[in-house]
Design a protein around this ligand. Sequence first.
Ligand SMILES: Nc1ncnc2c1ncn2[C@@H]1O[C@H](COP(=O)(O)OP(=O)(O)OP(=O)(O)O)[C@@H](O)[C@H]1O
Length: 260
Amino acid sequence: MDEVLIHTKGLTKRYGASTVVDSLNLEVKAGEIYGFLGPNGAGKTTTIRMLTGLLDASEGEAYICGFHNDREAAQAKAMMAYVPDQPKLYGKLTAKEFLHMVAALYRISKDIYLERAEELMAMFGLRERADELLEGYSHGMRQKVVLAAALIHQPRVILLDEPTVGLDPASARLLKDVLQELARQGAAVFVSTHILEIAERMCHRVGILKEGKLIAQGTPEELRKKVKHSEGSLEDIFLELTGGHETAELIKCLEEENSL
Ligand SMILES: Nc1ncnc2c1ncn2[C@@H]1O[C@H](COP(=O)(O)OP(=O)(O)OP(=O)(O)O)[C@@H](O)[C@H]1O
């Protein structure tokens, strides 16, 4: 599965005089879970929003499954799913209604989406409360609804912005399993996080972003080796990105059997 599904060339975003994403060259292949790791303000959200086409790049290009994300926006969008860090849901819809609405937006025929929605709700443990209004859902349950909705059109590229924030360990584990299964089926998964251990446990390959620049890239193991032999910025950034006590339980859960 060597097909490159996410490709950026010199992708750059400037706000006035400040460059918040700087000449990013990325390639993520089918079957790969790519961790986009960086401290707060490194430019992760900005990059993901440029990939989705929600934010215009100042310079450079991005391709999703070979489609230019701006010039061929409709084709690129049909191939991808985006899970933002602050998902917005319609509180007056039930989970089931929300999934059906998203499926209709992607023009999926009713018999297909009814079956897929059922499958996804079962997978994310949403079935029992599928007919309740979303305004009564907890943050973690909302995240699951957004994830289910993101997968309803069977995207080949999945972009997730800090998806483990607010999830309990069991839900984070479920997320990891789902992402692994999607990758196994040939999707490219791009997941941002500011916690090193989450990237290590979830991802096949990790890129480290600092002040808008990709400063290192490789498998978690390769990066650890690089840190040992590096002085300065990579080591500092590793220390900065290490999760504290509050994430320890979640990280432990991600480590259990089937780990990468
Ligand atoms: N609309 C904007 N105008 C000016 N600066 C912005 C704007 N949006 C983002 N920035 C700046 O761009 C930089 C990168 O922000 P971004 O949200 O992409 O970082 P991040 O890595 O996702 O951080 P976090 O982990 O905190 O979500 C930050 O310094 C931010 O203040």
